[in-house]
Design a protein around this ligand. Structure first.
Ligand SMILES: C[S@@+](CC[C@H](N)C(=O)[O-])C[C@H]1O[C@@H](n2cnc3c(N)ncnc32)[C@H](O)[C@@H]1O
Length: 235
């Protein structure tokens, strides 16, 4: 069997089809200082080695993963409200990581760590099967043009990686303000035998009270975008 049949997401990556492009926006001086000075405290380097979260956090607690946390508003708020949960954020955009680090330092949170790398590779290489209790993916890049749909994160191979990472009974939460992507998310994840849609036939859940309004979502609101929330349980 050809490689591409075995792992289509890896094949897309080999051909340079990623779910992001590193944007030109530079980190501010404060964000750059945070990246230089706070990284040793909060950063986890990307390595081809499975993480032991009990060793990383120095305790045994449920682990929440947020993929593509942007500026980190949702991650900070979740970590602050759930001190008993250890939170790992994955993001490729350095200014966003810098902003999150500044927030972590200001709020003196000890239950958050950050990986600055492609979430696809992090899930493949660094996350042990059934080691995660909750995954948040809020407003993943919608890639609205048809010819860019292949860049969307939520596709069957990626959903298989999410299923592998989550423990049985674990929760996957997503949100998007792009209708076509909302239906794609639902179609793809509903089709996975490993996930059960918490909304049943309705498909979408009401906005979870604890998901804060991020700057990204606010911008969408100003443009009149609606929002679709999805919630799945790992069988
Ligand atoms: C549209 S933004 C939304 C940010 C944030 N979740 C929010 O709601 O404000 C999507 C984010 O996902 C990040 N991203 C996209 N693909 C990624 C990947 N493969 N691994 C890690 N981060 C990724 C982008 O850099 C970007 O910051």
């Amino acid at each position: 069997m050809a490689d591409s049949d075995e792992n289509p997401q890896q094949d897309l990556q080999r051909r340079g089809v990623r779910s992001y492009v590193i944007r030109a926006g530079r980190a501010t001086a404060a964000q750059q200082r945070a990246l230089d000075q706070l990284w040793p405290r909060y950063g986890i380097p990307f390595e081809n080695k499975v993480l032991d979260f009990a060793a990383v956090f120095g305790r045994s607690a449920p682990v929440m993963l947020e993929i593509g946390f942007g500026a980190g508003e949702a991650l900070l708020s979740y970590a602050q409200n759930h001190p008993d949960v250890d939170c790992v954020g994955i993001e490729v955009h350095p200014p966003g990581v810098g902003r999150l680090l500044l927030g972590l330092d200001k709020m003196q949170l000890s239950n958050v760590r950050v990986i600055m790398h492609d979430a696809v590779e992090v899930l493949e290489r660094q996350i042990a099967p059934a080691s995660i209790s909750m995954i948040h993916i809020f407003f993943p890049d919608p890639w609205p043009k048809k010819r860019h749909h292949k860049r969307r994160l939520i596709q069957p191979p990626f959903v298989a990686l999410l299923a592998r990472a989550l423990r049985s009974g674990g929760l996957l939460r997503l949100a998007t303000d792009w209708e076509h992507y909302a239906h794609q998310m639902r179609e793809v994840i509903d089709a996975s035998p490993e996930f059960e849609n918490r909304a049943g036939a309705a498909g979408f859940v009401p906005r979870p009270a604890e998901r804060p309004l991020t700057r990204f979502e606010q911008r969408g609101q100003r443009l009149g975008h609606a929002v679709w929330d999805l919630e799945y349980v790992r069988r």
